[in-house]
Design a binder for this molecule. Structure first.
Ligand code: BEZ
Length: 209
């Protein structure tokens, strides 16, 4: 069963490169980036894991814990960690879950058998402090992900969780955002400052907060 936006992320427990993990206990009330890769000791995956490890300070700044997963066993993850560091210069800085019995992969619908028979595809889940799923992405094995885009999406998700605004196409932090349509012009102006009104339903304002 696919996990959809707004669903509760299921709990699980598994071995990881940082020891045994009960997901809800480990997560606490943090944001989480949970992502799968197809297979250890493969080229695109090596570049991706190193890239995420290098961006850990950016995820930390946003209060986001990182956790990776594939269907490989723990000893494979442990052996591969050195390759990731050799190739990218970044040591693995977050737990990598071992899921050889596909328990987690099935709970999160990470195996798409018509694409890759028994391996996890490249999924991403951003999970909120209350355990609801706020973003899902699925990429094929041949396409490495753009983690800057995922950080950008997290910035939008966290901003819009706290303020009655949405973010336009290609928005970046600091750029104008869109006032919620529920506010009158007067209410929006009182809340956010001057409006740049393109249409009745599209009113840009400065980023709050
Ligand atoms: C890769 O990381 O390059 C890869 C992994 C699994 C299947 C195909 C490519």
């Amino acid at each position: 069963m696919a996990i959809r936006l707004g669903d509760k992320a299921p709990n699980f427990s598994a071995e990881s490169t940082d020891g045994h993990i009960d997901f809800y206990d480990w997560k606490g009330d943090s944001w989480v980036l949970l992502f799968s890769h197809p297979k250890d000791f493969t080229p695109v995956c090596t570049t991706e894991l190193g890239a995420v490890a290098g961006l850990k300070p950016e995820f930390d700044k946003r209060g986001v814990k990182i956790i990776g997963i594939s269907v490989d066993p723990l000893d494979s993850h442990q052996g591969w960690a050195q390759d990731i560091e050799d190739v990218t210069g970044n040591a693995l800085s977050f737990p990598l879950l071992a899921d050889p019995d596909h328990k987690i992969a099935e709970a999160f619908d990470m195996i798409h058998p018509n694409e890759l028979a028994t391996l996890t595809v490249r999924t991403v889940f951003v999970i909120a402090p209350d355990n609801t799923v706020k973003l899902t992405l699925t990429y094929p094995a041949s396409t490495g992900r753009n983690w800057q885009e995922i950080l950008r999406a997290i910035d939008s998700i966290q901003l819009t969780a706290n303020h009655s605004v949405s973010t336009p196409s290609d928005w970046k932090p600091g750029e104008h955002v869109i006032a919620a349509p529920t506010f009158s012009d007067e209410e929006a102006e009182a809340k956010f400052g001057p409006l740049d009104k393109k249409k009745d339903y599209l009113r840009f304002v400065s980023q709050p907060g």
